[in-house]
Design a protein around this ligand. Structure first.
Ligand SMILES: [Zn+2]
Ligand SMILES: [Zn+2]
Length: 258
């Protein structure tokens, strides 16, 4: 409860996890596979058979980076080993042309491919592992880069799906933002138990309203005009992400969480 404040957009204070029977901290989520609530829940990873959250997201990022580098290195290593074999075979064939001519020079695409298939067959342990590394490295890199993007955006995999829900509500014209100095009617419960004070560098008095029928709150008796205090939100860019402190501070929070 002391790690993150409630942003009143993705996380509302006072909500209880029915399984764990306690107040859900901001940014947490109950994982039905692990059967616990996980702080700063990112996702349940089937590869490590564990949730990724506040206490292991840094290890997860390091794993993705080392995995990406090792797969790339593995693909490169098997390329150089097999390429050496191809060069040796070609040099044997090119007795009259010594020198450092590359084995593939002047070959058509089909011949070039046929040479590689020959090389893969020469040592399938190197060829097979090399192919596997070549094909899976892009997956590891894209997963790593996606997580770097999430750090940059100050969000998590779990929260990014919540943000896309808000995006849909906005596109449907259902979201209103309170614009004014006085607090609106939907002020958060500043109850010390449900919403304990959190030492967080940024504060937000942002209040959003999600309408059921597209009309802003407090205008039901009006002649259908939009209230001066509630403005329709036109895009996600108008909504403040309380958890985004900027890339370096977000990264700091990943490695040294509050
Ligand atoms: Zn729970
Ligand atoms: Zn889990």
């Amino acid at each position: 409860m002391n790690s993150y404040p409630y942003d009143h957009v993705l996380y509302q204070p006072g909500q209880v996890c029915r399984t764990c029977n306690f107040l859900k901290p901001a940014r947490s989520k109950h994982c039905s596979i692990c059967n616990v609530c996980v702080a700063k829940h990112d996702h349940h990873c089937v590869w490590i058979m564990n949730c990724v959250g506040q206490n292991n997201i840094s290890h997860f990022l390091c794993m993705l980076l080392s995995l990406s580098l090792l797969l790339t290195y593995g693909a490169y290593l098997s390329y150089t080993l097999l390429s050496k074999q191809l060069q040796q075979r070609a040099t044997g064939h090119l007795d009259r042309e010594p020198g450092n001519r590359h084995w593939g020079t002047g070959l058509s695409w089909s011949h070039y491919a046929a040479h590689w298939i020959w090389a893969l067959g020469q040592d399938f342990r190197i060829g097979g592992i090399g192919l596997l590394a070549l094909l899976t490295a892009p997956l590891a890199w894209s997963m790593f880069l996606y997580h770097i993007y999430l750090v940059w955006a100050g969000t998590t995999t779990n929260e990014s799906s919540k943000w896309s829900e808000w995006k849909e509500y906005i596109e449907e014209g259902l979201v209103y933002k309170w614009v004014g100095t006085t607090t609106g009617v939907f002020a958060g419960s500043k109850d010390a138990e449900t919403e304990p004070p959190v030492d967080w560098p940024i504060h937000s008095a942002q209040q959003l309203f999600r309408s059921e029928d597209g009309r802003p709150p407090g205008t039901l008796t009006d002649s259908g005009g939009i209230s001066a205090s509630w403005k329709p939100v036109r895009g996600l860019y108008e909504i403040e992400n309380l958890y985004d402190l900027g890339f370096w501070d977000n990264l700091d929070d990943v490695f040294w969480p509050t």
